[in-house]
Design a binder for this molecule. Structure first.
Ligand SMILES: *Cc1c(COP(=O)(O)O)cnc(C)c1O
Length: 406
């Protein structure tokens, strides 16, 4: 095999589409204006470009452009949504419901809110990665102000039943916030249609640039109010002060326009390649397991566990030329299994043996063929070296083995 570089980590970040880059370029030097400068043409040009991008994004989501607030990314949007709503509605109640599989931008923010008087329920998910709707409804109390559940999971690609969750929130009169970072631009995301009132997303997961994101905030039925987390200047309808990242916003808008046009063909092509990858690995290797439901997931993602193969080690057999992500997170002291996979009920062994493949607009069939070959070789290599795999092949029931610790 000759050396190539293959990027299958699009859930971590996507390349910026060259068409978005091209749209951004004039806003660095030729048009340097600050969108808040109301008294000269440089400012007007910048403001016009920002307004246009806001329309492009609103059109993708089928919402009013006045409902789009620009931020620095989804982390900031999640913080603004959760902290801003908690502060504004705390006289009404202090209870927030979320799930154990949320992104850290939501979970860590909820933990912070707990130190500030919030009560937070962290729902379990099923083996498939889905929230139980009856459990969600039972968790709603008179002091519940908000349910925060992600549209699609970053590790597994599992898509929650947004419409059903929206109906439950509607019935009980609680706000529905969603981190839709992994879904926007890749599958149809129309918050109004499913009853999402506040929604966080970011440009760099949908082929736009890094460092720019947005929060959708419903202006009617209901009109959501939130407290700004950044003071100074009152930009973005007073919800987020700070000079707008004009080139970034222009690239974000262009990325949204492209997504609206090309999402369906991208999704069809990528789901075919994803299925090819998944089926080939499952056919050529034993003991490969899919993590998360097959029935409701993003078209470009598969998360697989290769039993008795340690994911980080497997990645070392090819990670100088294939970029994927493993289900282990390196913390300072140890290799922790992914909390998302643990929440799905995977044991440490299967969580540690998982690999997330996330394809993207620029993934080719050759990339996938190469990955199939490299993964098959890597897994076979690891298993050939593994005494545990040998015991398994000899028919020894590993659950009955007592391991001594030294
Ligand atoms: C990437 C990601 C974020 C963080 O987005 P940034 O723009 O990098 O801050 C938040 N939530 C989810 C689900 C993500 O995948």
């Amino acid at each position: 095999m000759n050396k190539r570089l293959i990027y299958l980590d699009n859930n971590a970040t996507t390349p910026t589409d060259p068409r978005a880059v091209e749209a951004m370029l004039p806003f660095f030097y030729e048009n340097p204006g600050n969108a808040a400068s109301r008294n000269h043409p440089f400012g007007w040009v910048a403001e016009e470009a920002v307004d246009y991008a806001r329309e492009q994004i609103a059109s993708l989501l089928e919402v009013d452009s006045k409902e789009i607030i620009f931020t620095s990314g989804a982390t900031e949007s999640d913080n603004l949504a959760l902290k801003g709503v908690f502060d504004m509605y705390r006289r009404k109640g202090n209870h927030i419901i979320t799930a154990k599989t949320e992104h850290k931008a939501v979970l860590d923010t909820c933990h912070k809110l707990e130190t500030m008087g919030a009560e937070v329920t962290y729902l379990d998910v099923s083996r498939e990665g889905l929230v139980d709707l009856a459990e969600l409804e039972a968790a709603i109390k008179p002091n519940t102000i908000m349910v925060s559940l992600m549209w699609a999971n970053n590790e597994t690609g599992v898509i929650q039943d947004m419409k059903a969750i929206g109906q439950i929130c509607e019935k009980h009169g609680v706000l529905f916030m969603s981190d839709a970072t992994q879904a926007v631009g890749k599958i149809p995301v129309h918050p109004r249609e499913v009853g999402v009132h506040i929604m966080a997303f970011t440009a760099h997961k949908m082929y736009g640039p890094k460092g720019v994101g947005a929060l959708y905030v419903s202006r009617k039925q209901p009109r959501v109010k939130l407290t700004a987390q950044m003071d100074g200047g009152g930009h973005e309808r007073g919800m987020r002060s700070g000079t707008l990242n004009v080139p970034g916003i222009v690239g974000f808008g262009k990325a949204a326009e492209i997504a609206k046009k090309e999402m369906q063909q991208d999704a069809e092509r990528l789901s075919r390649l994803r299925d090819k990858l998944e089926l080939a690995l499952m056919a050529s290797l034993e003991e490969v397991y899919l993590n998360g439901t097959r029935d409701s997931r993003m078209p470009h993602v598969t998360n697989l566990s290769f039993k008795h193969v340690e994911g980080e080690g497997l990645m070392m057999t090819f990670n100088q030329n294939i970029a994927v992500s493993s289900g282990s997170a390196c913390t300072s002291a140890s290799l922790e299994p992914s909390y998302v996979l643990v929440a799905l009920g995977l044991g440490d062994d299967l969580a540690h043996s998982s690999i997330r493949f996330s394809l993207g607009r620029f993934t080719t069939e050759d990339d996938v063929d190469y990955a199939i070959q490299a993964l098959t070789q890597g897994v076979n290599h690891m298993r050939d070296l593994s005494p545990i795999w040998e015991m398994y092949k000899d028919g020894i029931d590993l659950s009955t083995v007592t391991w001594s610790e030294h």
